[in-house]
Design a protein around this ligand. Structure first.
Ligand SMILES: *Cc1c(COP(=O)(O)O)cnc(C)c1O
Length: 390
């Protein structure tokens, strides 16, 4: 039988934790009611499960349950946050600030708004992937209504200084949104100390099910106004209509809860595995580790290889290890990753890069095998170039 490759693509998605599945199962068949059905027990059971999940999630990020709006994932949460604020604050100003290295699910809604007449400033990042706080200060204008900066980058794992960014936004009374799809359950997030007004979450990057996420929307100091993007039955206080997906919501809460429970032990374990991988890869010459060395997700390692063809590298590894170059969403594209280019890499270098995404189920044996496979593949590809020349 064909041996399945080792999975090191946890920034694209993660396998579901069995404990999450177990929590979800009763809500597909036995407790299948519509949480909005107020006249019978089926509805009450589902409503109770949704209420509990909402409370659990709220506790983990220090907000109140009424500030959580369930969505189909982080893409929808980002769209709701950005377009929802743009529409609601249109009369106050039409300028939005975000960052070059954001996920497409932030950049594209901003781009869409540009088509409607909004102005968008894309902040550059430094070589380490972090934004310069002075640049943010300078970009703020009287008509700025929103700043959107991701918590942790999906390609290079860099964790932005949310607390400091939040303080700047707060001082200028500008709403602050963060896409925390990669961060939730992996690093501590506190919407109070970080002055966050909106934050996007998703379950499937943290061992939960696909197709569910949430948007945190601040209700006090200030109360964020949001224009709904999906109209219908009026669920989620009118901000997001559609029958609530009870099993997925239960799964989202369970996944975040487990992530938080194991945040320190898993962080330490994955960091050690990651360092083990980078130490072994360091035997190679002409390699660069992308992103800030310490201000990063424990499970992320992003490496660029000199004098190697990116697609040949992926092809050479693909039967042994499931990784991606750049982000999964753009791995079919031949253009280099916009994130790596933003770090100031030349195109060819940006292209020959691998994103290793370690996770809860990654073992040290796997890391050693992956390191070995990468070493051998890179060396043989480089040798092939030399052989061609002579
Ligand atoms: C995966 C990801 C998204 C998209 O999340 P979905 O729940 O799949 O829609 C958005 N932003 C970041 C940073 C991500 O990593």
């Amino acid at each position: 039988m064909l041996q399945r490759p080792i999975y090191l693509d946890c920034h694209a998605t993660t396998p579901m934790d069995e404990r999450v599945l177990e929590a979800m199962l009763p809500y597909f068949t036995q407790h299948f009611g519509n949480p909005s059905s107020i006249s019978h027990m089926y509805g009450w059971e589902a409503e109770a499960a949704v209420k509990k999940a909402r409370e659990t999630i709220a506790n983990t990020i220090s907000c109140s349950p009424e500030e959580i709006v369930f969505t189909s994932g982080a893409t929808e949460a980002n769209n709701l946050a950005i377009k929802g604020v743009a529409e609601a604050y249109f009369n106050q100003g039409q300028h939005i600030i975000t960052v070059q290295t954001e996920h497409r699910a932030v950049l594209d809604p901003c781009h869409y708004l540009e088509g409607l007449g909004f102005e968008v400033t894309l902040l550059r990042v430094k070589k380490d992937g972090l934004i310069n706080l002075d640049d943010l200060e300078k970009a703020i204008r009287p008509e700025t209504i929103l700043v959107s900066v991701m918590a942790a980058n999906n390609e290079i794992g860099v964790i932005q200084h949310l607390t400091e960014i939040g303080e700047i936004c707060h001082n200028h009374q500008i709403l602050f949104h963060s896409d925390a799809a990669q961060a939730i359950g992996k690093i501590p997030l506190d919407v109070q100390t970080m002055n966050l007004d909106l934050m996007s979450l998703t379950a499937h990057k943290v061992y939960g099910p696909k197709g569910i996420g949430a948007l945190y929307v601040r209700r006090r100091n200030p109360r964020v106004r949001l224009a709904a993007q999906l109209h219908g039955g009026g669920q989620e206080r009118g901000m997001r209509s559609g029958t609530l997906y009870t099993p997925q919501i239960v799964g989202l809460a369970k996944a975040i809860e487990l992530g938080l429970e194991e945040i320190e032990s898993e962080g330490k374990r994955q960091r050690e595995l990651r360092d083990r991988l980078s130490n072994q890869l360091s035997q190679l010459e002409g390699i660069y580790f992308n992103g800030h060395p310490t201000q990063r997700l424990p499970g992320n390692l992003n490496v660029s290889f000199e004098k190697v063809d990116g697609s040949a590298l992926l092809l050479g590894l693909q039967s042994l290890v499931a990784v991606s170059s750049g982000s999964a969403c753009s791995s079919t594209a031949t253009t280099p990753s916009h994130v790596l280019t933003a770090l100031g890499h030349q195109d060819s270098l940006a292209y020959a890069s691998l994103r290793f995404g370690l996770g809860r189920f990654t073992t040290s044996e796997e890391i050693d095998q992956v390191a070995q496979a990468t070493l051998v593949t890179v060396q043989s590809l480089r040798q092939a170039i030399v052989d061609c020349r002579f």
